[in-house]
Design a protein around this ligand. Structure first.
Ligand SMILES: Cc1ncc(COP(=O)(O)O)c(C=O)c1O
Length: 395
């Protein structure tokens, strides 16, 4: 077939993670590449019970077309749930979406014009970059350090580039695992309100904390509503249900998000929203999160214990939570090229270059996921990686 792909998608390549997944049909390859919850963290029986309860109680509404604005009980229970992050939203300002990924897409659809500049952390979540690119965004980077995005750099970049939108992942960032300090959260909220630039606060990992004290969301310091808060149930309940929510205090912008969603999927599936609502109201979620945190903490500790035996020239992050570690090899070593050899040796990771706004840089970095690998596989896979690096002359 001879078709001309739209300029919107012509230059967009698929997600590197999804492409690497295709290579991983071989069960002998231990993968640290994805961002999946552990299979043992998924609860088919419990979810089946919630689905059945919801259908028995409210089946004719659930099986009918629903409102684009979302399943009303979930808007209420999600509003209640987000309070533990310091986000006090009216249910009417909560829009359930089909995964945070759709939330990102709708915000861009509503706010971005081709060629608009966005400020992003460098590196940042590649799925978000892919969405931003689809809407023709240009990127400028906010400098970061161990405590996340640096407010002075954010302010300087706002002055220089007059961005349309800012995108930050403040807690257990994907890909680095880093967390924005409390002080910086307050300052960043103040800056975006003062310059009147909307900030997407993407917060899917905040509940996966294994050490230290929880931090309030940037949104909790947002005086005038410039922070668009995104949270997802993918990492704590199920990514397959595709349920997340956007908190947007501005009625006019919220209306545009709704209009943008109408043309994509009319509404997120009622049953999936009802299942999450049942879970939030059940009182069982806290214990479930504590259980998954207990095992992820052990998996992270195992991966760090293995990394401690790697050549000293390799550095890595030491987060308090989340599902990723970020490794930096010495300059000149190319983790992108090494991936082929790594998969031949039975281990996979995501080359870090894919997480940078400007393509083709930082080939000496890589992201490792620990949530979806058993302790045994972490030990074996990391040993394979260590041997690979030593065989490449790393000391
Ligand atoms: C920072 C970040 N935002 C959004 C998403 C997408 O999540 P969802 O499954 O809710 O679409 C992910 C998934 O890995 C992520 O890491």
């Amino acid at each position: 077939m001879r078709v001309q792909i739209s300029s919107r998608l012509a230059s967009i390549t698929g997600s590197a993670i999804r492409d690497i997944f295709k290579l991983l049909g071989d069960p002998s390859i231990i993968s640290f590449a994805g961002g999946n919850p552990a299979s043992s963290a998924l609860e088919p029986e419990r979810i089946a019970d919630f689905a059945s309860q919801a259908l028995r109680e409210n089946g004719r509404t659930i099986l009918q077309y629903g409102q684009t604005e979302g399943y009303a009980p979930l808007r209420e229970s999600a509003a209640e749930f987000f309070r533990h992050n310091g986000v006090h939203a009216d249910p009417g300002h909560i829009l359930p979406v089909s995964g945070s990924q759709q939330g990102l897409d709708l915000i861009c659809k509503a706010l971005l014009n081709e060629g608009d500049t966005m400020l992003v952390e460098d590196p940042t979540f590649l799925g978000a970059l892919q969405t931003f690119r689809t809407y023709g965004a240009r990127f400028a980077a906010v400098a970061t350090d161990e405590d996340g995005a640096i407010p002075e750099s954010l302010e300087e970049q706002i002055r220089l580039h007059h961005p349309k939108l800012i995108y930050l992942i403040p807690t257990f960032q994907n890909p680095t695992g880093r967390t924005l300090s409390l002080e910086r959260r307050k300052r960043i909220a103040e800056i975006v309100n003062r310059y009147e630039v909307p900030l997407i606060e993407d917060d899917p990992y905040c509940d996966l904390r294994y050490a230290g004290s929880p931090l309030p969301a940037i949104k909790s310091f947002d005086a005038q509503g410039y922070v668009l808060y995104l949270n997802s149930f993918s990492k704590i309940i199920s990514p397959g249900l595709r349920v997340a929510a956007v908190v947007c205090d501005d009625d006019a912008l919220l209306r545009k998000l709704v209009v943008g969603k109408q043309s994509v999927d009319v509404h997120s599936p009622n049953l999936n929203q009802a299942i999450i609502d049942k879970y939030l109201r059940s009182g069982l979620l806290q214990q479930h999160v504590e259980e998954i945190c207990a095992s992820y903490a052990k998996q992270m500790a195992k991966m760090q214990q293995m990394l401690a035996r790697f050549p000293a020239s390799i550095s890595y992050t030491k987060p308090d939570g989340g599902i990723f570690l970020w490794c930096t090899l010495p300059e000149g070593f190319n983790a992108t090229e090494l991936l082929t050899t790594a998969t031949k040796r039975g281990v996979a990771y995501i080359p870090g270059t894919h997480f940078y706004a400007q393509a083709g840089q930082h080939h000496n970095t890589m992201r490792l996921n620990f949530s979806n690998a058993s302790l045994e596989n972490i030990e074996t896979g990391m040993e394979r990686l260590r041997e690979l690096f030593i065989s490449q002359g790393l000391r």
